[in-house]
Design a protein around this ligand. Structure first.
Ligand code: DP6
Length: 326
């Protein structure tokens, strides 16, 4: 068998309504549905080459051979693709992010989305968007949302077959900017996977999950109407609910740092002064500051003036995962 190779690119995404907690941790079947926006400014480019001479899979991340849990997750995706294609050949995976590894931005969503597309295409499988999203989900839950473009909803479904993400609005439907304010470049102390497994220990998680359909509906509606005030309200509430679950898990998780709080307070002050702005925070200390696209420059300028901010990475709604022919 000759070497079969393909390259794909994908963007990470920011959850507007968060995924936190699994029903099935192996298949990443989530406790609740979620909505996200792909981030145009950040990209992962992944090449997969199924190579007969290889005795085991290889994973090179940003130029470094990797043999951690990330490698096992990569191999799980490759094995699924091998099963679908009816082959047993090992593959070399080379993945590069255009954002610094230490930027504190999770690359697992874009990484597993690009990997799923490149791996399946390299062996000649043309999977539809739904099946690609399902495949990416096995690597990392939020990766299923980086397959479709723009604003994306992940329906929790009941099992592996109906748990996938789809676009609810294309990237050019509404220009929202995400200005990621970096306050720390350190790797987070507790991975999302461990965090998901602890979610059920919080007495607040059942309430958060039960109300998710309501928050999803408000978020969907805010996007449909392109209403920034409506989006801001539900996005901040949802982020705070997730962090409340984290803080009340056993053991409790605290991802924030002093700089995180400084930015939250600055955003609240700007809001009171009439600026269209809001924030959301994932499993880490960095703050995603959202605003209408045409406000990006002003908000980035203000964020850069805060002493705790090391860097600001701006993005707009990004497209779907796609094959890179270059
Ligand atoms: C806080 O998708 O990173 O960013 O499935 O274990 O890889 P795994 O978890 P992951 O969890 C993301 C959690 C979050 C919220 C979100 O993106 O919805």
């Amino acid at each position: 068998m000759p070497i079969f190779s393909a390259t794909a690119i994908a963007h990470p995404n920011i959850a507007l309504i968060k995924y936190w907690g699994d029903i099935d941790p192996e298949l990443h079947l989530p406790a609740n549905g979620s909505i996200s926006m792909n981030l145009s400014g950040l990209t992962t480019r992944t090449t997969v080459s199924f190579t007969p001479s290889l005795e085991q899979d290889q994973f090179i991340l940003n130029g470094e051979p990797t043999v951690s849990t990330a490698f096992e997750r990569v191999s799980t995706i490759l094995s699924r693709v091998r099963r679908l294609a009816g082959i047993s050949t090992c593959a070399r995976v080379e993945s590069k992010n255009n954002f610094p590894v230490a930027a504190g931005i999770a690359s697992s969503a874009s990484g597993f989305a690009a990997l799923s597309l490149a791996a399946s295409r390299s062996v000649g499988l043309i999977l539809n968007e739904k099946d690609l999203s399902r495949l990416a989900r096995i690597g990392s839950g939020s990766a299923c949302r980086s397959i479709p473009g723009g604003f994306v909803e992940w329906q929790p479904g009941h099992d592996d077959t109906d748990c996938f993400a789809y676009s609810i609005a294309p990237p050019d439907y509404w220009d929202v900017a995400d200005c990621i304010a970096i306050v720390s470049r350190e790797e987070k102390s507790t991975s999302s996977s461990v965090g998901h497994s602890l979610a059920g220990t919080s007495i607040l998680q059942p309430v958060r999950v039960a109300d998710a359909p309501h928050r999803l509906s408000l978020c969907r509606d805010a996007i449909r109407r392109r209403s920034f005030p409506a989006l801001a309200e539900i996005v901040e509430l949802d982020s705070t609910l997730m962090h409340s679950v984290m803080n009340t898990s056993a053991p409790p998780l605290f991802y924030w740092q002093p700089g995180t709080v400084e930015i939250i307070q600055a955003v609240q002050t700007w809001k009171k002064a009439g600026l269209p702005v809001c924030y959301t925070i994932d499993a880490g200390p960095n703050v995603h500051v959202l605003c209408p696209g045409y406000w990006e420059e002003k908000i980035v300028g203000r964020l850069r003036q805060l002493e705790c901010v090391i860097d600001v990475l701006p993005s707009h709604p990004g497209g779907p995962a796609k094959i890179d022919k270059n």
